[in-house]
Write a protein that binds this ligand. Sequence first.
Ligand code: ADP
Length: 582
Amino acid sequence: MRVFLDLKWFFKQERKAYILGVFFLLLVACLQLVPPRIVGVVVDEIIENEITVASLLFWCGILVISGLAMYGLRYLWRIQIFGSAVKLARQLRETLYTHFTKMTSSFYQRKRVGDLMAHATNDLSAIQQTAGSGVLTLVDSLATGGSVILAMGFTISWKLTIIALIPLPLMALLTSYYGHLLHKKFRLAQEAFSSLNDKTQESVNGVKVIKTFGQEKEEVESFRDQAEDVVKKNVAVAKIDALFDPTISIIIGISYFLTIFFGSQFVMNGEMTIGDLVAFTTYLSLLIWPMLAFGWLFNIVERGSASYQRVSRLLEEVPEIVDLPGSIEETPSGEIELNIQSFSYPNETVHALVDINFTLKKGQTLGIVGKTGAGKTTLLKLLLREFEGYSGTLMVGGSSIREYKLEALRRAFGYVPQDHFLFSSTISENIAFARPDAAPEEIHKASQIASIHEDILQFPDQYETIVGERGVSLSGGQKQRISIARAILMDPEILILDDSLSAVDAKTEEEILSALKNNREQKTTIITAHRLSAIQHADLIIVLDHGRIVERGNHQALMAHGGWYKEMYLRQQLESLVEHGG
Ligand code: ADP
């Protein structure tokens, strides 16, 4: 039941709705006592031959009025309590989503997407149930149960009430035992569901690879195994769940037996009237619902508390990279001074970067090259403050990047990642992602710089063409260029192209680079590339190998040096000559 304490903040926040809801529930509980009592009175009047049309009409009138009142009140408490529970889910969903957006790369490296989705869907709905049906069953089982027992005792017979309630402690014992079992099984079922979520997501994302390698059958089989596991674990939950109702029915059955057995003797002794016994058994039937509700309560609360724990644990994760107190609001601009002694990824022992230092003046272009895995992207990630934990300094415009507000830092960088991502919306919305208010002319200009404008004009709806799952499928090069246009539209102080020209041909690459040069005066550009033609005009080129700078200088200096750069450059020249039939 601790989950109700955990949710205290919410009940406080929605105090009015819950007080009203509970009040209406209590009224219904009281009104429910009326009909059985009337049945008892009418039965006695019949037996005593006292019944008249007038008295019958009177009792029927009261029955109708109490029925109508219960109808209205039941509607009202549902609105209050279930309505509030929906608000809880909404609030938690928003909190969770905001939390997700604050978390840094290392969080997403540790967590599986399927898990996060299970938290945001299944867990939240279990918590919502606790705040809705949980509160209902708690109040209702206590209020209805309590008032019925009091009515049986005070208005009929305490002796018979105590006899009828003898089996109750047994029920409490059994339901608490089942509840405990349920908690464990439910957690396992939720975990299996998370894994299935993961699997589905991965298979859908990787469907092209699966098909290309002809692995459909294996995939379907492994999916079936996981789905089977989810079924098995949910069946285990259902098996325990299924124990509740029969147990309660048996216990109520025993109560009925005891009531009839002893009640009829009391009637014969003259301790009770037949009407009393009829009213008593009708009251007993009113106890079935609160007892069932009590069983459900365990079920709902166990699920809710397991889910609340999972969501809380997730919300407790603090983002590692946050604004320092008094951080600079201005957009960073100016010289980049990088002096990193070493950096390793979290939980890794090997250094990903060692002794990296360079200075890049405002408006200059830096080219970073090197073999795959040399550390190029890592260097960019540090610059973007996606990871910290390096020794050394990383300054932009004379201040460490840690001293800037994260928002200001993000404004300074236009980043085109290697694995570009387009949303399932129009091309124009994709390009204007960081500046939704951009005028169409600005969007067209950015597209022209990125050499994608002409391509876009060929699409059926031009800039309004939907891309992604629901729209046209674009080539890798087109996607890359749309991502570049998106970054260019921000007109960032520092533009970063992380191997983002890999899928365009040499001619287009040249067009983009020269357009960038003409349109980004006094703005810094950083380019990583495998094709050296993309960086040969850079003011400074650094060659990385195993996280270290092994060569540096401009194109001429590196060619004169005669190392990896020269060898690579000549080889690529030769390849391009061969490609063009030279
Ligand atoms: P490049 O961009 O030059 O191909 P990266 O910067 O991506 O190279 O990778 C440099 C090294 O860091 C590689 O050995 C890679 O395995 C490792 N690495 C990259 N990203 C991570 C990460 N998120 N966690 C741990 N190691 C990583």
